[in-house]
Write a protein that binds this ligand. Structure first.
Ligand SMILES: [Zn+2]
Ligand SMILES: [Zn+2]
Length: 379
């Protein structure tokens, strides 16, 4: 098959239009009216925030960073939770989502990018779901298709989605005496919020914000988008280094998805967390900054631009050289440290072995000495 991933065909998707209208109306209008009239109980509030958190993390941590980009590995329980509550977000099966998303990265800003920003802000936000039909070939997700659980979620997606996303919150609502609250808040308001937050990555983050690492990319870093998407808003970084389990790499950046993955790793539930070296990240940032400076120079200092341009180029070359020297010496330092630890641990092992041997020999001679006492010889 020549095509990889999905193909778009223009078609008005009436089912999706009706469904998203219903979600928006009930989630953003009926739910606040309900709270205004009936108030909100603690159990309704807790269920709403629980569902908001688990479904949004299942998309960011599960669908996006674990499945679509395989930036880390996780145990079966974590993968099951990501598939279960991922289905509850009603954003297609993990297999379809990943196939779309891998196409988005591979063919970004072209016709084969399912949420191509060149077709406009609203196309990237929601238009791609309501005015286009997508055909799948799944050739770009063969690695994921090997998982039986993943395929089960894909084949029986409607059951997973209805069970996890609609039935379970309604059952919990019934048990706590608030069915209507559960339907309006934990199903519809929660769905509406997670939908728009997810879509903002495709629309807002491909329009507004800073191109921190790659100035030619349409993807941008936007703090507000990060705030509403558990850290997915650092999208320029993510497009440049999609294999990194982090999206916000600076210490002050809001990336709870990264924190949860690190916590899972501490618990032993996740491992093989992939990261890009800090030198590569810094090199990319400096290159982008230098390009920006050169462009600014071109516009504000036309008379001196030749001398200044040469100066900037010389200093930037020097900067690159010193960075590469620093990286080299850091690697050497790490090597020396590693060798020393290995040597130390070998010496430690030998001393521990000797110590154990000496203790064993003492205990043997003690046993022999004791056995002489037990003989009760007449002296
Ligand atoms: Zn993107
Ligand atoms: Zn991505």
């Amino acid at each position: 098959m020549s095509h990889i991933g999905s193909i778009l065909k223009r078609k008005i998707m009436w089912g999706n239009i009706l469904f998203f209208s219903l979600v928006t109306l009930l989630g953003f209008v009926a739910a606040p009216v309900y709270i205004g009239l009936a108030g909100i109980s603690l159990s309704e509030l807790l269920l709403f925030f629980f569902y908001l958190a688990v479904t949004s993390f299942s998309i960011t941590l599960g669908y996006h960073r674990l499945f679509a980009h395989t930036t880390f590995k996780a145990n079966a329980f974590v993968r099951f939770l990501a598939l279960f509550f991922g289905a509850a977000a009603l954003e297609q099966s993990a297999l379809e989502w990943s196939s779309h998303h891998r196409d988005h990265h591979r063919y970004v800003d072209t016709d084969r990018d399912p949420y191509n920003i060149k077709k406009g802000f609203w196309h990237a936000h929601i238009g791609w779901l309501i005015f286009w039909r997508h055909q799948f070939h799944f050739e770009n997700v063969k690695d994921l298709a090997k998982s039986r659980l993943m395929m089960h979620q894909h084949k029986f997606y409607a059951l997973w989605a209805a069970g996890a996303g609609v039935l379970l919150p309604i059952i919990i609502g019934a048990l706590t005496g608030h069915i209507l609250g559960a339907v309006l808040l934990s199903v519809f308001a929660r769905l509406a919020l997670v939908y728009h937050a997810t879509w903002c990555i495709n629309s807002v983050c491909h329009t507004f914000g800073k191109a921190t690492y790659d100035i030619d990319s349409s993807a941008k870093d936007h703090w507000f988008a990060a705030l509403i998407t558990n850290g997915e808003g650092y999208h320029n970084y993510h497009h440049y280094f999609p294999g990194d389990y982090r999206n916000g790499v600076r210490w002050y950046q809001w990336d709870p998805t990264k924190w949860v993955i690190a916590l899972l790793a501490k618990m032993g539930w996740a491992w093989d967390l992939k990261t890009v070296s800090r030198f590569h990240i810094l090199a990319a940032r400096l290159a982008a900054e230098n390009q920006r400076m050169a462009a600014r120079l071109e516009t504000i200092e036309p008379h001196h631009s030749v001398t200044l341009k040469t100066l900037l180029q010389t200093q930037y070359d020097r900067l690159k050289q010193t960075l590469s020297d620093w990286e080299h010496s850091a690697r050497e330092y790490q090597d020396v440290l590693r060798r020393q630890i290995a040597r130390y641990s070998e010496a430690h092992k030998q001393a521990a072995f000797k110590h154990e041997e000496a203790r064993r020999r003492f205990q043997e001679s003690l046993a022999v000495w004791k056995s002489i006492h037990l003989l009760n010889l007449p002296f």
